[in-house]
Design a protein around this ligand. Structure first.
Ligand SMILES: NC(=O)c1ccc[n+]([C@@H]2O[C@H](COP(=O)([O-])OP(=O)(O)OC[C@H]3O[C@@H](n4cnc5c(N)ncnc54)[C@H](OP(=O)(O)O)[C@@H]3O)[C@@H](O)[C@H]2O)c1
Length: 319
């Protein structure tokens, strides 16, 4: 079903809301990975964390941009006591994800790294049909498969302690509540997204990758009670995300989209405060993910089959 009038009403009301300022917090000695931190929402989350004295690992592929970001983050931490590192990662390449996770493991085992949290902001909204050489449709690979692969590889490396529960914050979207579930191939969910004859249109495909991501975050919650997980939606944001879209979409993002710093508060707040898994965050507060069919037997089967599909990738790259 396309988004209902009620959904659009909620979106508009949400866009009009003022995002509350972030609380002050001292994150000295805490370390967070932020993917997609060279741009948009991920960059602003990294700034929020740096100004609260966290150490940050920038998980990005644009290393030149990373050097500029690093300089900015060092300036924000006034006494320059934080450690900012740039670790290359390309979500279109599983080998790159595995290399990143292995580096994380080495640094944890021999380098004294204590990883307190991960923010997954890398994401893609491609307009055309494009595949990687290993047969993955690119939006599906970046937003869903690589994101969950990275989460699963680093979960055993997370540093959970009584003082600060380990946490993983995924940047989701309210659009994931509008997915046309009737188009799902319940038995072969990833194969469907990788098949240009069966994939939904590009808008629906982006939404579906984020719906599937939501189901996998819920899977992680039940499998890893020692870590706090959340799917956090920033709201429509005026960021470089829409660079491939036409003038109409870019203009809409400019008019009703949030500034990236304000949108990023929706993500940074759970990074600062999350102490138990929460299905969904919207407008800087816990919220209900409104897609009831996911709770029905078909929805549960879909979630399990996405898990099983990604499990086959995970088995090849387990570190
Ligand atoms: N903007 C919105 O209205 C909106 C709304 C809801 C949710 N979101 C979500 O918010 C997240 C951040 O988006 P944004 O609005 O901040 O847009 P953005 O500025 O375009 O950020 C996207 C980030 O993802 C990175 N990325 C894309 N493909 C990658 C790959 N193959 N490997 C590594 N990194 C990759 C980009 O890096 P490069 O610069 O190297 O491409 C960039 O850092 C996304 O997950 C998006 O789905 C956005």
């Amino acid at each position: 079903m396309p988004p209902s009038a009620a959904w659009y009403g909620r979106l508009l009301a949400s866009q009009m809301r003022t995002m509350p300022p972030l609380p002050n917090a001292d994150l000295s000695g805490k370390t967070f990975i932020v993917t997609g931190a060279n741009s948009g929402i991920g960059l602003e989350v990294a700034k929020h964390l740096a100004s609260r004295k966290a150490n940050i690992i920038l998980g990005i592929r644009n290393l030149k941009a990373g050097e500029e970001v690093k300089k900015d983050l060092m300036k924000l931490s006034l006494d320059q006591a934080i450690d900012v590192q740039i670790w290359p990662i390309d979500f279109l390449d599983f080998d790159s994800i595995a290399r990143f996770a292995r580096k994380c493991k080495e640094e944890t085992v021999t380098g004294g790294l204590r990883l307190n949290g991960v923010v997954f902001s890398a994401g893609l909204y491609g307009l055309g049909w494009d595949q990687t050489p290993d047969g993955y449709e690119k939006v599906t690979k970046v937003n869903l498969v690589s994101t969950i692969l990275l989460a699963r590889l680093v979960i055993p490396l997370m540093h959970d302690c009584t003082e600060f529960k380990a946490r993983m914050v995924f940047v989701g979207t309210a659009l994931a509540e509008t997915t046309m579930v009737e188009k799902f191939d319940l038995d072969n969910p990833i194969a469907q997204l990788n098949d240009d004859k069966r994939y939904p249109g590009y808008e629906e495909r982006y939404n579906q990758t984020k719906t599937a991501l939501h189901t996998q975050i819920c899977q992680l919650m039940t499998r890893h009670p020692d870590i706090a997980f959340v799917d956090a939606a920033p709201g429509l944001t005026n960021s470089p995300f829409f660079k491939y879209h036409g003038l109409a979409v870019r203009t809409m993002a400019k008019i009703i989209g949030r500034e990236t710093e304000k949108a990023a508060r929706n993500i940074s707040l759970p990074v600062l405060e999350l102490t138990q898994s929460t299905e969904y965050h919207n407008d800087c507060k816990p919220s209900r993910f409104d897609l009831p069919c996911l709770d029905a037997p078909k929805g549960k089967k879909y979630a399990e089959n996405v898990w099983n599909d990604i499990d086959q990738v995970y088995a090849r790259y387990e570190i």
